[in-house]
Design a protein around this ligand. Structure first.
Ligand SMILES: NC(=O)c1ccc[n+]([C@@H]2O[C@H](COP(=O)([O-])OP(=O)(O)OC[C@H]3O[C@@H](n4cnc5c(N)ncnc54)[C@H](OP(=O)(O)O)[C@@H]3O)[C@@H](O)[C@H]2O)c1
Length: 246
């Protein structure tokens, strides 16, 4: 039975590129996001490239629903071998630290911290029994490197990154892998990059950000999945001083 990757937060940016990269290697693909019509479009695109995919409409900001979602994917495909977790939308914009409040953080925590923990809990028994599996957590650069005016998501992603590092260490001898890709660039073809929001509040802070091709990011993930030799991959690679801090 061929392997399966589940892309949690599947859109036109990184999500479909990860699906395509693993699909090229023979993986079947589960695509998870809220909007079914967009998912169906991605499933059709992948089918046109000879990749078997199925859409799962779900709101990942509800952690309690993660076990049923994982079970539904397993029911459809018979197994799950890898998960890429990177849901994001315009609702998770940056907030300056001086304007940050508890309500904003509370709004971000379910999607960016609680649900990934519950997803891992739901899939770990299958992976530890098989002695194989991979959880790939996508983050923004502010998870590792605090940036003035770009707070909000950063502190929450930093907590998820902290968890991921512990998970990686605890699973070291089990055959199960946990790794994170930390991205300091606007992702081409993503809704975020194309969003009109960039023309307003965040524009100044983001003006100097590099741009990344999601196919290159997906290639990082394939390399991490096959080699399992690092807990974290930065893109772009940070200057040496920051790398030692990260
Ligand atoms: N885009 C960037 O420029 C950028 C920069 C740095 C880091 N990153 C990171 O890279 C990852 C992927 O980014 P991307 O923009 O390229 O992704 P993408 O694959 O283009 O799309 C992500 C998808 O997540 C889905 N999503 C959002 N909220 C969700 C929710 N509550 N439940 C279920 N699905 C949800 C959205 O679809 P629905 O709205 O239909 O649910 C969206 O299409 C994220 O971890 C992000 O933090 C992105």
């Amino acid at each position: 039975m061929s392997k399966v990757i589940a892309v949690f937060g599947a859109g036109t940016g990184l999500g479909v590129s990860v699906a395509r990269r693993f699909g090229r290697e023979g993986f079947r693909v589960a695509l998870v996001a809220r909007r079914k019509d967009r998912l169906d479009g991605l499933v059709e695109r992948l089918a046109g490239e000879g990749i078997e995919a199925a859409a799962f409409s779900a709101d990942l900001s509800i952690p309690a629903e993660a076990p049923a979602l994982v079970a539904a994917i397993r029911d459809r495909f018979g197994r799950i071998d890898a998960i890429e977790y990177g849901p994001i939308s315009g609702d998770q914009g940056f907030t300056a630290a001086t304007r940050l409040d508890a309500a904003t953080l509370e709004g971000l925590i379910p999607l960016l911290l609680l649900t990934p923990v519950e997803v891992v809990r739901a899939v770990l028994p299958e992976w530890t029994e098989r002695g194989d599996g991979a959880f790939l957590l996508t983050q923004g650069y502010s998870a590792a490197q605090p940036i003035p005016h770009l707070s909000g998501v950063g502190p929450v992603m930093a907590a998820a990154r902290n968890y991921l590092y512990s998970l990686n260490g605890e699973l070291a001898d089990t055959g199960v892998y946990a790794g994170t890709l930390t991205i300091g660039a606007l992702i081409e073809r993503s809704e975020i990059a194309e969003s009109a929001a960039l023309a307003s509040a965040d524009a100044e802070a983001l003006a100097n950000f590099p741009v990344a091709d999601p196919d290159d990011l997906a290639a990082h993930y394939w390399d991490m999945y096959t080699k399992r030799d690092r807990v974290e991959q930065f893109h772009p690679e940070p200057p040496a001083a920051q790398a030692t801090a990260g």
